[in-house]
Write a protein that binds this ligand. Structure first.
Ligand SMILES: Nc1nc2c(ncn2[C@@H]2O[C@H](COP(=O)(O)OP(=O)(O)O)[C@@H](O)[C@H]2O)c(=O)[nH]1
Ligand SMILES: [Mg+2]
Length: 306
């Protein structure tokens, strides 16, 4: 059943994703709960919002309200591209090597453990879109600063990285503890250095992970696909009557977004005056669709307004 979320709801959701402090997140969640249409199709989402609200209430009770430190502000990395991805893992787990393999951007890769001391940002090219990747200092079994967790909490996806060749289960457990402690939502597990596994057999871990060797560039394209999937987004293209769509300039929407959301994304007036749209994709050629049509990745739409 389509959720029929309103543009106002989407705005609150956007504010939630961009919020850094618990207080900001709390305010955005309250708004989301007030704005979400209350029907069967949104029951799961409603429960999810409530869960997040009560978690934050607990968290805020525990620690006194503090103003955002300058540092925290400094490291609020503004989002670019179709999604922001953060790296989480122990020293030497090959985070920086993965960063380089995915983005082609330089960061410090070294055999000494504390080579990355501050966040480094680069872009991953995935087909016709880009994701923003943030390399982080080691944050597992280390002293960490709140702003570091702020960055990961603000990211759309966190890559939880562990090296396949050095006591992987211990690394996994240590990462899980932190994920739980800091309420990181959207985690994608990645194991590295699979070239170092004896007899080349891929082991089974207690978590389902993407297998990679950043040094030998194995599993990197597959990882990009997994990141795209984890982002839960769809690419929609718009066209004008009688013209072709620009396939290099998709509108990025959350999975589950409806036609009205896409129209709103283009222009508020557009959404308000929307009559119907025509749809092109692998199955349809100009099919007339209504405002509650759920957009699919690759859809091309032609809007007709009053
Ligand atoms: N064998 C092997 N070593 C790797 C691989 N990727 C990275 N390394 C090495 O692991 C060490 C730590 O890498 P780095 O990316 O700096 O780890 P970080 O501390 O997590 O950022 C370096 O010596 C890398 O050369 C890989 O795929 N295979
Ligand atoms: Mg590093």
């Amino acid at each position: 059943m389509p959720a029929n979320l309103t543009p106002q709801y989407r705005e609150a959701e956007q504010r939630y994703r961009e919020a850094i402090t618990a207080e900001e997140k709390y305010a955005a969640l309250k708004e989301m709960f007030a704005l979400i249409p209350k029907h069967k199709g949104t029951e799961k989402m409603q429960a999810d919002i409530k869960k997040k609200i009560s978690r934050l209430e607990k968290e805020m009770k525990q620690k006194p309200k503090t103003p955002i430190s300058r540092r925290e502000k400094m490291y609020n990395i503004s989002k670019q591209g179709a999604g922001q991805i953060g790296l989480l893992g122990a020293a030497n787990s090959a985070k920086s090597s993965l960063f380089f393999a995915l983005t082609g951007t330089d960061t410090v890769i070294a055999s000494w453990p504390y080579s990355t001391s501050h966040p480094v940002v680069g872009m991953i090219q995935f087909q016709n879109i880009q994701f923003q990747l943030i390399d982080m200092p080691p944050m597992i079994r280390e002293h960490t600063e709140p702003w570091q967790w702020g960055i990961l909490r603000n990211a759309d996806v966190v890559l939880a990285v562990f090296a396949a060749d050095s006591d992987p289960e211990t690394q996994i457990q240590a990462i899980i503890e932190k994920i739980t402690e800091y309420h990181l939502d959207n985690v994608l597990w990645v194991t590295t250095k699979i070239d170092r596994l004896p007899d080349g057999k891929l082991p089974r871990f207690s978590v389902e992970a993407q297998f990679t060797s950043p040094l030998q560039l194995v599993g990197i394209d597959e990882l990009s696909v997994a990141i795209f999937d984890a982002l839960n987004i769809v690419r929609v293209y718009t066209k004008q009557p009688g013209k072709n769509a620009d396939m290099n300039d998709p509108v990025i929407l959350k999975k589950g977004s409806v036609l009205l959301d896409a129209a709103y994304h283009l222009h508020k007036d557009f959404a308000e005056n929307l009559k119907y749209a025509r749809l092109w994709n692998s199955e349809h050629e100009g099919l007339r669709v209504a405002r509650d049509y759920v957009m699919q990745d690759g859809d091309i739409v032609e809007f007709h307004i009053r």
